[in-house]
Design a protein. Structure first.
Length: 324
C-alpha cells in the first residue's frame, strides 16, 4: 500500500527559549523542514536529504506558547527527488474569514538515497485538478530554481581575511546533538545557523537586537556537514532598501584536521529592524564602494527577484482539510 502523500505535525516553542515572545525564523524554518522530511521519507520509503528549501515569506509572527501546525504534502516527484509543499498554521489565531492564520509557506525538495547512492522514488500521480496544477507548477519552477541556484553559487564573496564592514562570520564545531543518519548534520540545524548568522550581522549593522527575517529560505544544500566538522557561516550585506537589508549567506565546513573548507549551503535573507510598535524602521544604507561590489549588488537584487517568482504558493484548501 502506497503511503499517504500528506501529513501535519504540531509544534510549540517555550518562552524560556525565546524571551522576545516570538519564535525566530530559523526555528520556524526548521519546523517546516521536519514536517517536509517526514512526508518525503514516508513517500520514498527510505532516507532522504533536503536539497533545497524554497523562498519563505514570514507573513505573520509565530508567538511562543501557542500551537503551530505544519502541513506538508507531496506535489511532485522526479527520479530521486520528492517535492513537498508546506505551510505553517496558527490554529489559535484566526484571519478575517475565521480560518487559522497562515504564518508562512515554502516548497522543500528532498533527494532519496541509500548508502549515499540516489534511489528512484515512487512516482507521484496527481489525480485532482488541484494536484495536477501543483504538480505542473513544481515542474515549471524547477528550471527557474536551478538558474537561481547557479547564480547564488557564483556570487563573489570576499576572500578569507579580507572581510569588510558589511560582512560577519560565525564559526563553531558541528555538535553531535544535531546528527542524523551517517553522522551528518540535519538540514534543520543548518537552517537555524543561517538565520542566526543573518540576525547577528543585521544587529551589528543597525545597532539594534530587534532584527527579524521577513524573507528566508532559498537555501541550496550542496554538501553534507559531519559531526565534529569546523563550520563557518558567512553573512554579507549585498543591498539595502529604505527599511530592509539583503544578506547573502554561505555555509562552509572542513574537517578539524584539514585546512580546506568546502561550500555546504548558500542563501539570501531579507532582514528588518523592528520598532517597539512592531514596524520596520529605516536602516543605514549600504553604498558599494567598488565596481565589483556594485556588480554583486545588482546580481543579488536580480536573484531575489527571480527567487520570489519561482516560489510555490499554496492553492486555497477547504477548511475541512485542516487537521482538527
Amino acid at each position: 500500500m502506497r503511503p499517504p502523500g500528506a501529513l501535519a505535525l504540531e509544534f510549540r516553542a517555550d518562552s524560556f527559549d525565546h524571551p522576545t515572545g516570538l519564535v525566530d525564523a530559523g526555528t520556524v524554518i526548521s519546523w517546516i523542514e521536519k514536517a517536509g522530511y517526514a512526508v518525503a521519507a514516508s513517500w520514498a520509503g527510505t532516507f532522504v536529504r533536503a536539497r533545497y528549501v524554497g523562498h519563505t515569506q514570514f507573513r505573520h509572527p509565530v508567538p511562543v506558547d501557542r500551537r503551530a501546525v505544519v502541513q506538508a504534502r507531496v506535489v511532485h516527484t522526479d527520479g530521486a527527488e520528492v517535492h513537498v509543499q508546506t505551510r505553517l498554521l496558527l490554529p489559535e489565531i484566526r484571519d478575517d474569514d475565521g480560518d487559522p492564520v497562515v504564518a508562512t509557506s515554502s516548497l522543500v525538495v528532498y533527494a532519496a538515497e541509500e548508502g549515499g547512492v540516489p534511489v528512484t522514488v515512487p512516482v507521484w500521480e496527481p489525480s485532482t485538478p488541484g494536484q495536477i496544477e501543483r504538480d505542473e507548477q513544481a515542474r515549471r519552477s524547477t528550471v527557474a530554481r536551478r538558474a537561481v541556484e547557479r547564480g547564488m553559487a557564483r556570487l563573489p564573496f570576499p576572500a578569507p581575511g579580507e572581510a569588510p564592514e558589511e560582512m560577519s562570520t560565525l564559526a563553531f564545531l558541528a555538535p553531535n546533538a544535531e546528527a542524523t543518519v551517517g553522522g551528518t548534520i540535519n538540514a534543520g540545524a543548518i537552517l537555524r545557523w543561517v538565520d542566526e548568522a543573518a540576525a547577528v550581522f543585521a544587529a551589528r549593522w543597525t545597532g539594534h537586537e530587534s532584527v527579524v527575517a521577513v524573507f528566508g529560505g532559498g537555501v541550496r544544500f550542496v554538501r553534507n556537514i559531519h559531526v565534529g566538522d569546523l563550520v563557518r557561516v558567512e553573512a554579507l550585506l549585498v543591498n539595502t532598501t529604505e527599511r530592509s537589508m539583503h544578506v547573502a549567506l554561505r555555509v562552509y565546513a572542513s574537517r578539524r584536521t584539514g585546512a580546506e573548507s568546502r561550500l555546504v549551503a548558500h542563501s539570501i535573507a531579507v532582514m528588518v529592524d523592528v520598532s517597539a510598535e512592531d514596524q520596520a524602521q529605516r536602516v543605514r544604507q549600504y553604498v558599494p564602494e567598488s565596481e565589483s561590489a556594485r556588480r554583486l549588488q545588482e546580481t543579488a537584487i536580480e536573484l531575489v527577484r527571480m527567487r520570489s517568482e519561482v516560489s510555490a504558493a499554496w492553492t486555497e484548501t477547504r477548511r475541512s482539510t485542516y487537521p482538527r
